[in-house]
Ligand binder design. Structure first.
Ligand code: BGC
Length: 818
């Protein structure tokens, strides 16, 4: 044997929240059954035999015919798929979709069907198998949100959105719960993989493209989690204490753009509080900002908490939360009681019910769409294979005589190290996972691209993965139900020196895959998760020393949904490719890039810091991943970062901080290499009649291979004494077509004048001061190729003054450098 197993036991993420959620859902079933809904329902069957049946044009008439009980039930979801009960209690006979996250209730006497909501965003999350049939219902595992965003290709994201929307439709769902638009405030957030970026501009642009694509198929999205759900630590209780300026400029801006540009059918309000008020009961957020300032017309649903004991149900309804999920009989009773006692105005109820009916008439279920349960998964697999290669980011590509990548034709056999080469992660854990039909691992992907792997090492790892997966199933106890919520991380194995020496003789190159898994309900730790483990570090250095001594290249593939530490070990690798969690075709996509069949064109949508603690937010981020096991006494102490999080970094999130404060990073925002090189020429700026700004630049492929380039436009605004500005902020981007060597393309990008504004808390307005603005056209935030400038007229746009801080924060400012 070449290996020694470091530990036989497998480390599993303790996603205690998910366990709590499951228990909660079970409790809901019992409570619904005990709360007398069925009695209400049977009474309702008899109300008015001439009742109108819902159509797209008689919503007012149906609303007028509804009893208070029916209205209350309309505003409360029908629960998890295992709650089929609530739909049936309303006389609903329709077959629901197994494994979907929830339903809205049916009211048959009024022709109102139940509608089905399934999880996303990386594909349709439903059960792959069902009782009583041999048919399977696997859904395509598309690239995770982060990977999609790193394509910076809105057309491609829209195409992926169309495929996701089509699967949503053909699997009988009406709404997919995604995309996730929270900001990568800190690299340790467990759900960053579902989100797009540390930057709200990228988030908004990619999010709007994804929503357009999905909704073009006649199904809806639920953009989530609105808002500031940028940590999993105590996410159901934490108060995100954040200034109005950071809220508007960083945390809400992406949502705003998606609402304005793509009209999402639904929005999911988040579990957390914002400045002391739960998002789901926050009228400042859900009515003043969302509807009054942004003009949103769709519905808001809560995240899946059910009844909260510290938030009155009527406050949620009143705040503009139309649908309470996953739904709980007691909540309907609360609504009825609150209306009867005068604590809730029936006008608020009617307003929300009307919005629910407006939503229902758009759904495929209402239209009577006959779904096939057979989406075109072959075509969708091809889309995922290709789209993920555009999101992969080449961090490093060096070598002794030539760059290590793409592999030269001399590389015929590789030694493939790292458990995730063989247990490749297609996506993350929790509600954001997809039950995929298969995942192409690196062995298969390389083989499909004409490269073989060394047999002995392949056998060792494959045997281990088979063993470890089985062990996981055997050890499974009721607490581990989340094993069905994605691929958990298996322990690495210790590879001996003798094994490495053996492999060296057989292989032309070494590939080491570093895998990271994360997901819902838990944030990542710095040690062993953000940083490499001792075993990984030892493997990397020993493989690197041995292969380099023999003049053979070493390539590291990062198979992770989030950022990891690279600065301390990158010198050991000739090339580093961030493959993210690229979907079910993962191994094929990675091999397409390694062999040069695809030229990588992804760029980072988040900074890769030297250390996790370099982010100013880390000081106020949960550092204790096991927070659900904290005693109440500890909660009583109001733990910083856990049950309250002070956004002291304020607007200085990601590159806005690193650039403005001159802090070195491992890889900057916007960075990514290609197998070719590009020159930027002829930068121009023009003011349009409406005062918007047009920037153009000609990009030329001056290298030897065809490739695509992403051009970014950053703006430095004049600072005013009252409002300091970050050194620069991204305000536009564009991607070229696939340019052949020597070919050029002129990219023209428009910057709306409104986008130059910052949020002025004193007057509650968007404000762009008059003055000369510098527009920096770059290949990354740290690689500015040309500058142009323009005189901009002042712009002011007053908005609602809401979401104030409840106590003063000691916020970071350049003017008072810490
Ligand atoms: C998650 C949501 C998800 C919902 C339904 C919640 O716990 O935060 O993202 O859509 O569950 O599964």
């Amino acid at each position: 044997m070449y290996t020694s197993f470091s530990r036989q036991s497998l480390i599993l993420p303790t996603i205690s929240w998910l366990v709590m959620k499951k228990l909660f859902l079970i409790a809901c079933i019992v409570m619904q059954q005990n709360l007398g809904w069925s009695q209400d329902a049977s009474q309702l069957q008899n109300v008015g035999s001439n009742a109108p049946k819902l159509t797209a044009t008689n919503i007012d008439e149906v609303l007028a015919a509804m009893t208070l009980e029916e209205k209350a039930q309309m505003l409360v979801g029908g629960g998890h798929h295992s709650f089929v009960g609530s739909g049936a209690m309303m006389g609903h006979q329709e077959k629901l979709v197994a494994g979907a996250a929830g339903i809205t209730v049916a009211i048959p006497r009024l022709g109102i069907p139940a509608t089905v909501l399934c999880d996303g965003p990386a594909g349709v999350h439903i059960d792959a198998t069902r009782k009583g049939t041999d048919q399977t219902f696997y859904a395509t595992g598309f690239p995770i949100g982060t990977c999609l965003a790193c394509t910076w290709n809105t057309e491609l994201v829209e195409e992926v959105g169309r495929a996701i929307g089509n699967e949503t439709l053909e699997y009988g769902c009406d709404v997919i719960l995604g995309p996730g638009l929270n900001i990568h405030r800190n690299p340790l957030c467990g759900r960053n993989f579902e989100y797009y970026s540390e930057d709200p501009f990228v988030t908004g642009a990619i999010g709007a493209a994804c929503v357009k694509g999905i909704q073009s198929q006649g199904v809806g999205v639920s953009i989530k989690h609105f808002a500031v759900n940028s940590q999993e630590g105590d996410r159901t209780r934490v108060s995100e204490n954040v200034s109005q300026r950071a809220l508007r400029e960083i945390y809400l801006r992406g949502f705003e753009r998606v609402v304005r540009e793509s009209n999402p059918w639904t929005i999911m309000s988040s579990y957390n509080k914002i400045n002391g008020v739960y998002a789901m009961g926050n009228s400042g957020l859900l009515t003043d900002v969302l509807r009054n300032d942004w003009g949103y017309k769709g519905i808001v649903m809560t995240d899946w908490i059910g009844k909260r004991h510290d938030l009155p149900t009527e406050q949620e309804v009143n705040a503009g939360n139309d649908l309470l999920m996953p739904g709980y009989g007691e909540q309907a009773k609360d609504i009825i009681g609150a209306v009867k006692s005068g604590r809730l105005d029936i006008k608020d109820v009617n307003r929300n019910v009307r919005r629910m009916l407006e939503y229902i008439v758009k759904t495929p279920r209402f239209r009577g769409y006959q779904f096939s349960n057979h989406p075109d998964t072959k075509t969708h697999a091809a889309i995922t294979r290709q789209s993920s290669t555009e999101g992969m980011v080449l961090l490093k590509n060096e070598g002794l005589l030539a760059t290590a990548l793409p592999f030269s034709s001399d590389v015929k056999t590789v030694a493939l190290f790292g458990v995730n080469s063989y247990d490749f992660f297609s996506g993350g854990l929790g509600s954001g996972c997809v039950n995929v039909p298969y995942v192409i691992d690196m062995v298969t992907g390389l083989k499909n691209n004409g490269i073989s792997t060394t047999p002995a090492l392949t056998e060792i790892y494959r045997d281990y993965v088979t063993f470890a997966r089985k062990k996981l199933r055997i050890d499974k106890n009721p607490e581990m139900w989340f094993l069905d919520q994605g691929q958990p991380k298996l322990d690495e194995i210790d590879i001996t020196e003798r094994c490495i020496q053996h492999e060296l003789k057989e292989a032309d190159a070494a590939i080491i895959t570093i895998g990271r898994q994360a997901g819902e309900g838990i944030d990542r730790a710095i040690e062993g998760e953000f940083n490499l483990s001792q075993m990984e570090r030892s493997l990397l250095t020993r493989v690197s020393n041995a292969f380099h001594a023999a003049g053979k290249p070493v390539v590291v593939v990062i198979n992770s949904g989030s950022v990891i530490e690279t600065a301390s070990w990158r010198d050991y690798a000739d090339a580093i490719l961030v493959a993210w969690q690229p979907g079910q075709e993962g191994g094929n996509s990675v091999a397409d890039v390694l062999t040069g069949r695809q030229n990588p064109s992804g760029k980072l949508t988040m900074t890769w810091p030297i250390a996790a603690t370099d982010h100013p937010s880390t000081a106020n981020f949960p550092q204790e991943p096991d927070y659900y096991n904290l005693s109440d006494k500890m909660y009583g102490q109001r733990m910083k970062g856990v049950n309250y999080t002070n956004h002291e970094e304020d607007i200085y999130v990601g590159y806005r901080y690193f650039d403005s404060f001159g802090h070195r990073v491992a890889y900057p925002f916007g960075y990514g290499l290609s197998y070719t090189v590009f020159s930027y020429e002829n930068a121009k700026i023009k003011k349009l009649k409406n005062e918007d700004i047009e920037v153009s630049v000609t990009v030329k492929n001056t290298g030897k291979r065809a490739g695509k380039e992403i051009v970014q436009v950053y703006v430095s605004a004049p600072s005013t004494p009252s409002m300091e500005k970050p050194a620069k902020e991204l305000k536009a981007f564009a991607k070229t077509r696939n340019l052949q060597p020597g070919e050029s393309q002129t990219l023209t990008m428009t910057i709306a004048r409104r986008d130059l504004a910052s949020f002025d808390e004193a007057k509650s307005q968007w404000l762009a001061d008059a003055g000369r603005y510098d527009f920096q056209i770059g290949a990354s935030s740290a690689d500015i190729r040309c500058h142009v400038s323009a005189e901009v007229k002042a712009y002011a746009e007053p908005v609602s003054s809401v979401l104030q801080l409840q106590s003063k924060l000691n916020v970071l400012r350049r003017s008072s450098k810490k």
